[in-house]
Design a protein around this ligand. Structure first.
Ligand code: MLT
Length: 302
């Protein structure tokens, strides 16, 4: 019987599937296969006998892919399994970037005991005035599982959606999403859009793609959403762009201490895929992939 270790807890529905078929072991070093969510695996010794790693999520930057390839360890991920949850939080973030809801809520809480709260509200509320998203231009960088869902949802909210993906042709982008205006370069997104949301993996070519040069091309007051990976943004350049008013809002799912607290930043504790539904879907997909490989030698999403 294969021995499987869960480096992170996975949703019960996936765990049940595992325990019904395999021996679930506590020690990573005893395992033939491993299930992981976001635990960093780069410093782990990859022992002989380890056959497969299944990531219950999309990004695989926590897994040492080169070392795995060298040792013949197959790595799976669960693309699309949490895409709907991420889409929904991105839409929430688009609205948060447009309406000063969080500051408004914090202010109301701070004056909740004032007997004249109604008068205070009348005096103060214009400070929290925002803007509508209808008719604004949204740039979606990366038209994979999440990007396409975001593009379609934003279009239903009557935004004008521009899409860019370095790995698909403009024609394929049209087919993927009938609501997106495909553009040929990321620079076009930078120059044209009022809002930019990024949905690409962390690779050498995407690292630091939001930098001084990129900000220089953007519209004054652009709003940027990052639910992909922290490393896509050069923090120092972002802080400078926020201070200069070039970027008016930066909503990030990665609360790195450098940017948290900077005016204009709304930092979320990596909640994009944290819903019961997404966790179930990721666990089921990852466990099924692992089982199909261990039982039948089939390799999907590797
Ligand atoms: C993903 O890579 O799927 C998301 O960032 C959520 C997660 O890390 O599990």
């Amino acid at each position: 019987m294969f021995k499987v270790n869960c480096l992170n807890p996975i949703a019960n529905i996936g765990l049940d599937l595992l325990t019904n078929n395999y021996k679930v072991v506590d020690q990573f070093s005893d395992a033939d296969a491993v299930l992981v969510r976001s635990a960093a695996m780069h410093d782990l010794e990859l022992h002989p006998g380890l056959e497969a790693i299944a990531r219950a999520g999309a990004g695989v930057n926590n897994i040492p892919l080169d070392k795995c390839a060298e040792k013949g360890i197959v790595v799976f991920n669960a693309p699309g399994a949490n895409a709907n949850s991420v889409k929904e939080i991105v839409i929430a973030a688009l609205l948060l970037a447009s309406r000063d809801i969080t500051d408004g809520i914090n202010w109301v809480t701070s004056v909740k005991d004032d007997p004249d709260i109604a008068k205070l509200v009348e005096k103060k509320k214009s400070k929290f005035a925002g803007n509508e998203i209808m008719g604004k231009k949204l740039g979606v960088i990366g038209l994979g599982a999440v990007g396409v869902l975001v593009a379609n949802a934003a279009n239903k909210l009557q935004m004008e959606v521009y899409g860019y993906d370095p790995y698909i042709s403009v024609n394929a982008a049209w087919k993927l999403s009938k609501y997106v205006k495909p553009v040929r370069s990321v620079e076009e997104i930078f120059r044209e859009c009022d809002y930019i949301t990024v949905h690409v993996p962390q690779t050498d070519s995407t690292k630091g793609m939001f930098n001084k040069e990129a900000f220089a091309m953007m519209k004054e007051g652009v709003k940027i959403l990052n639910f992909s990976r922290d490393t896509l943004v050069n923090d120092d350049d972002m802080i400078e762009a926020l201070k200069a008013g070039k970027v008016s809002k930066y909503i990030t799912d990665f609360p790195n201490p450098k940017v948290v607290g900077v005016e204009g930043v709304i930092a979320i504790p990596h909640l994009g895929a944290s819903t019961g539904e997404a966790e179930d879907n990721c666990a089921i997909m990852a466990v099924n992939e692992l089982m199909d490989y261990l039982e039948n030698g089939n390799i999907k999403n590797s």
